[in-house]
Design a protein around this ligand. Structure first.
Ligand SMILES: N[C@@H](CCC(=O)N[C@@H](CS)C(=O)NCC(=O)O)C(=O)O
Length: 220
C-alpha cells in the first residue's frame, strides 16, 4: 500500500486535528508542509482551493479536517475514536458540528477580524459557545469530552485551545478560570502522548499569527 501523504501546515489548527488522529492511530505517513504564504502551484493540482489539511494515498484524496478524521476512523480501525453505540456516535458528531459552526467561527472571527468595532459582538458569541461547551463537559463523566474514551470530539476542539495564547495576546480574550470543566479537560489532554509529541509553545503561535492579526496578510 502506498504511504499516506499528509499535506499540512504547523500553524493550522485544522491540520493539527488530523495530525493528532494520525498519532493516536499510529498511522505511518509522510508529512508535506505547505507554505500558506506562498502556496506552490503544484499543490493546486491536488487541492482545488489550496487549503490544508489534505491527505492523499495513491489516487485517493480527502480534504476538510472533519471529513479526513472520519475517513481515518473508518479506514484505520485500530484505536477507535468514535463511541461504539449509534446514539453516542451521533452525540459525538453533534459536538464536532458545534465546534465547526459555533465555537471555531467565532474563535477565528475574533483572531482574524481587523475591525476592532466588531470584536465585542464576536466576544459575546464566543463566550456563549464556551458557556455551552462548559455545560456539556461538566455533564460528562470524563475525563474526556464523551466520557472515559478519547474521541474525535477531543481532537477536534483541542487545537484551538493550544492556539488560545494568540487570543489573549492579541485580543485580550482569556479562557476564563470559571470554565472549570474545560480547564480540567485541558489538563487531561496535555498529558496525551499525541499532544506531547506535537504541541508547540505559546511563543511559536504568537509569532506565527502576527502577520494575520496585524493585517499584513489577508485571511480568507
Ligand atoms: N474547513 C477546513 C478549513 C481549512 C483551512 O481554512 N485551512 C487554512 C489554514 S488553517 C488554509 O489552508 N488556508 C490557506 C488558504 O486559504 O489559502 C478544514 O476543516 O479543513
Amino acid at each position: 500500500m502506498t504511504k499516506l501523504q499528509f499535506y499540512s501546515n504547523d500553524v493550522c489548527p485544522f491540520a493539527y486535528r488530523v495530525r493528532l488522529v494520525l498519532a493516536e492511530k499510529n498511522i505511518d505517513y509522510e508529512a508535506i508542509e505547505i507554505d500558506l504564504h506562498n502556496i506552490p502551484d503544484s499543490y493546486y493540482q491536488i487541492s482545488s482551493d489550496g487549503k490544508v489539511p489534505l491527505i492523499k494515498q495513491g489516487d485517493d484524496i480527502v480534504w476538510e479536517s472533519t471529513v479526513i478524521n472520519e475517513y481515518l476512523e473508518d479506514a484505520f480501525t485500530d484505536n477507535p475514536l468514535l463511541p461504539a453505540s449509534p446514539i453516542e456516535r451521533a452525540r459525538a458528531r453533534l459536538w464536532i458540528d458545534y465546534c465547526n459552526t459555533a465555537f471555531q467561527p467565532n474563535y477565528c472571527g475574533l483572531v482574524f477580524e481587523l475591525d476592532d468595532s466588531k470584536h465585542d459582538a464576536i466576544r459575546q458569541q464566543l463566550t456563549a459557545a464556551l458557556d455551552f461547551m462548559e455545560q456539556g463537559l461538566s455533564e460528562s463523566v470524563g475525563p474526556y469530552w464523551m466520557g472515559d474514551q478519547l474521541t474525535l470530539v477531543d481532537l477536534t476542539y483541542y487545537p484551538f485551545f493550544e492556539h488560545a495564547p494568540v487570543l489573549s495576546h492579541y485580543r485580550k480574550f482569556n479562557i476564563a478560570s470559571k470554565y472549570k470543566a474545560i480547564h480540567r479537560w485541558l489538563e487531561v489532554m496535555a498529558e496525551r502522548p499525541s499532544v506531547k509529541a506535537n504541541r508547540c509553545d505559546d511563543k511559536f503561535y504568537i509569532e506565527a499569527y502576527k502577520p494575520f492579526v496585524e493585517g499584513d496578510v489577508e485571511h480568507e
